[in-house]
Design a protein around this ligand. Structure first.
Ligand SMILES: Nc1ncnc2c1ncn2[C@@H]1O[C@H](COP(=O)(O)OP(=O)(O)OP(=O)(O)O)[C@@H](O)[C@H]1O
Ligand SMILES: [Mg+2]
Length: 423
């Protein structure tokens, strides 16, 4: 591959998930692994850790890093990653992975054979989907009781296992997944700890579906990295890229020092600055960490951040004026969910006819609008409890959204929300 092809690959590293160089989060990683170390048979059930944070905070990356570091700390431990807990089709695969990794059973031990007994003695529950195509199908949740007996047979020699579940805010949409997690959460025989990643509504959601044995200590808030961590991640990833390219003239540490501050430590922005560095080198005719390329990289990164905020805003399905109003309220005083709802209602009247019709078509109540804003990460809960005040996840996001409005619009919004936020 020519050098441009190689560099293009670096300019396209994933915006989500595992970073080139992971930094920070030591406390979170320790806590998750310690829960598994502390596991004792027959004691308190339901060890669960929840890492909550806005989109781009690094929840998926954290789950991946926990899995990567687990063997150093607990050599016989296993990790199972479950990315889509709202899709019930994955339950059989997770159960099978548990059988293999946690219980050390052969891969087909829990498979059911149509109309007969399986090798593991689990009665056949071939699903309709599988029944026609193959004679052997993976385990389904109906067989949980049967094969939890099978697991018990080998309980004395099970490998401690972390079940890493991403996007947990959507738990409950799939009933089988919820039931499986409930079963795992509610037993004291198998060494399983659930480590979940999700938006700031996750702990509340877990409560709603009956997986609520969480205390403050088991809910972790995933937020910006420190300035030093952001810089280290950039320096390391630029170094890795330089090595892969067979060397790049100049020093990556100088670039890392310049690129780190505008990220405000926000993990998504760290990645976007790294990508921008690769993009700038790709666009240049000099493969060098020099000043001209750095200026280009910074400009590209700023553009990428704007795109990111526009995508977040789009995901919120909320008019910029409404988001701006809620952000202003949050900046002015303690704003809880109900206060924010009053702000949404107050500013609704300022929208032009079309925008107002759109708003009403999407949101039946102001509460729906706040939910969607939380979902998109345009606002977040300030702490881990959903009764806590709201916050703005990344400071520069509010500045960007304010910049989309005219001065008149901003003034009108501030006048309109005055009464709603006054006490
Ligand atoms: N600790 C970290 N060090 C360096 N980079 C990180 C770190 N955590 C996350 N990142 C990078 O930040 C970006 C966002 O991370 P990630 O996809 O894990 O976020 P997320 O919280 O799962 O977002 P979403 O809610 O959209 O799924 C990714 O490019 C990832 O590689
Ligand atoms: Mg994620």
């Amino acid at each position: 591959m020519d050098w441009r092809g190689k560099l293009a690959r670096w300019a396209n590293v994933g915006e989500r998930g595992a970073p080139v160089a992971f930094a920070g989060r030591q406390r979170e990683i320790d806590l998750a692994i310690r829960q598994l170390e502390a596991w004792q048979p027959g004691t308190t059930p339901g060890r669960t850790v929840v890492a909550q944070g806005a989109p781009g905070a690094g929840k998926t990356a954290l789950l991946g890093e926990i899995a990567r570091r687990l063997p150093e700390r607990l050599p016989n431990a296993e990790a199972i990653y479950m990315p889509t807990p709202w899709i019930d089709d994955n339950v059989p695969n997770v159960l099978e992975e548990l059988a293999v990794k946690m219980a050390g059973l052969p891969a087909d031990a829990l498979r059911t054979t149509k109309g007969s007994e399986t090798v593991a003695g689990v009665k056949a529950v071939a699903t309709a989907r599988h029944a026609g195509s193959r004679s052997v199908s993976p385990p389904t949740l109906q067989t949980w009781r049967a094969f939890s007996r099978e697991f018990e047979r080998v309980a004395h020699r099970m490998n401690p296992t972390l079940l890493l579940i991403d996007e947990i805010q959507r738990i409950g949409e799939g009933e089988a997944t919820r039931d499986m997690l409930y079963n795992l959460h509610d037993q004291t025989t198998f060494p399983v700890v659930l480590v979940c990643g999700g938006l700031s509504t996750s702990a509340a959601r877990l409560g709603e579906v009956g997986l609520s044995r969480l205390d403050e200590g088991s809910i972790l808030r995933i937020d910006a990295l420190t300035a030093a961590e952001a810089q280290r991640s950039l320096e390391e990833s630029l170094g890795i890229m330089a090595d892969d390219m067979g060397g790049i003239a100049g020093h990556p540490d100088r670039w890392a020092r310049a690129l780190a501050p505008p990220t405000q430590g926000w993990p998504q922005h760290v990645t976007c600055h790294f990508r921008a560095a690769a993009e700038a080198l790709l666009a240049s005719d000099r493969l060098a960490f020099d000043d001209a390329n750095l200026r280009d990289a910074l400009a590209r990164a700023e553009e990428n951040m704007r795109h990111y905020y526009d995508r977040r805003l789009e995901a919120s399905r909320t008019q910029p004026m409404v988001v701006y109003a809620v952000h202003e309220a949050i900046k002015a005083r303690t704003t809880r969910r109900t206060d924010a709802m009053a702000v949404v209602d107050a500013v609704r009247g300022l929208l032009g006819r079309h925008d107002a019709e759109d708003h009403d078509a999407i949101f039946r109540r102001a509460g729906d609008c706040i939910n969607q804003m939380l979902y998109a990460g345009v606002v977040a809960y300030a702490t881990n409890v959903t009764t806590s005040p709201l916050s703005i996840p990344i400071p520069s996001m509010a500045a960007h959204i304010a910049g989309l409005l005219t001065t008149e619009q901003r003034d009108a919004v501030r006048r309109a929300i005055g009464p709603a936020i006054a006490h």
